[in-house]
Write a protein that binds this ligand. Structure first.
Ligand code: F6P
Length: 341
């Protein structure tokens, strides 16, 4: 087969590990691999690069993606579909391995409906893709959140402050929930569970009554204070998949908590630090297993599927299943964290 591989959407540590695994397993099966540059844009424009053993040598520990990425939605252009089919025919591409989250995989599903062989690999630090227990990049992101909480604990304690940590997570609170639990956060706020600013202030006041002079609050960017009824956005612009740019809930909370409790409050926005740098052991191994599984699925005649991890096993699920809504934070895990509020 002549395979094409791409990385789409927001980057996440482990993408290069997945590309390397796809290439090494494909070459081992006597297939050829080309890389599509910058996500679906590469397929639209025929912007490709041959991938050899040499081109993937040494990339396992590197963050980012050697192929580049973009949030291009090729179906935004009226001629997007035909243009992609033309590239596929011209370059003799037999199948595509699409590494991405829900937006990238939704394009994969549409292409599959047009007769193209596609296999998806789930990647997003948000961990919100249905059908898989974990997505590439999530473990590295929660390790960043955990380390930030550890560091903020010492300075919060020294200054007797409330520290607010704003983390990514548009619709799902996995990063805030798991990162906050591991980092010993005193309050965790996620998109799935409505809260009021007054609830948060009450927890801070109670801690002070019990003799604690500092608090750590982890808030997902998509968490919605009921007082506002909507997520806090940076501006009204949307990307090609219709997403607004979130951000600002941490600063809003910091202002309100300080004004209402009288305790000095600071905010740290972790932002893209959560998506940068070298992948953890877990993400490297997950990406390697999924990359190999994607090629093996194609060899076995499967397509229109996503490779996934369920428990300790690598499985395939249909792209439809992978795109059925959002994998939201397990609320039992969230309840567990409340014990430590
Ligand atoms: O990859 C998903 C995500 O991490 C979201 O949690 C976040 O809202 C978004 O990406 C921000 O990405 P960017 O700033 O790259 O558009």
């Amino acid at each position: 087969m002549r395979l094409a591989v791409l990385t789409g959407g927001g980057d996440a540590p482990g993408l290069n590990a997945a590309i390397r695994a796809v290439v090494r397993r494909a070459l081992d099966g006597n297939h050829e691999v080309i890389g599509l540059r910058n996500g679906w844009l590469g397929l639209l424009n025929g912007d490709v690069v041959p991938l050899t053993r040499d081109s993937v040598s040494g990339i396992l520990p590197r963050g980012g993606t050697i192929l580049g990425t973009s949030r291009t939605n090729p179906f935004k252009a009226a001629d997007g579909g035909p243009r992609m089919l033309e590239t596929i025919a011209r370059l003799g591409i037999d199948a595509i391995v699409a590494i991405g989250g829900d937006d990238t995989l939704s394009v994969a599903l549409k292409l599959h409906a047009m007769g193209v062989r596609v296999v998806g690999i789930p990647k997003t630090m948000d961990n919100d893709v249905p059908g898989t227990d974990y997505t590439i990049g999530f473990d590295t992101a929660v390790n960043v959140v955990m380390e930030a909480c550890d560091r903020l604990h010492t300075t919060a304690e020294a200054h007797h402050r409330v520290m607010i940590v704003e983390v990514m997570g548009r619709d799902a609170g996995w990063v805030a929930g798991i990162g906050g639990l591991a980092g010993g956060a005193d309050v965790i706020l996620v998109p799935e569970v409505p809260f009021t600013i007054e609830d948060v202030c009450q927890i801070v006041r109670r801690r002070h009554e019990r003799g604690r002079t500092f608090s750590i609050i982890v808030v997902a960017e998509g968490a919605k204070p009921a007082d506002f009824g909507m997520p806090i956005t940076q501006d009204a612009r949307v990307d090609e998949f219709g997403h607004v740019r979130l951000g600002g809930v941490g600063a809003l909370l910091a202002r309100e908590v300080e004004a209402r409790t009288g305790h000095e409050t600071r905010v740290t926005v972790l932002g893209h630090l959560q998506r940068g740098g070298s992948p953890t052991v877990f993400d490297r191994v997950l990406a390697t297993r999924l990359g190999v599984a994607a090629v093996e699925a194609l060899e076995a005649g499967k397509d229109g599927v996503m490779v996934a991890v369920q428990g300790t096993k690598i499985v395939t699920v249909s792209l439809q299943e992978a795109l059925a809504g959002t994998n939201r934070l397990d609320l039992q895990l969230y309840q567990l964290s409340r014990l430590f509020h």
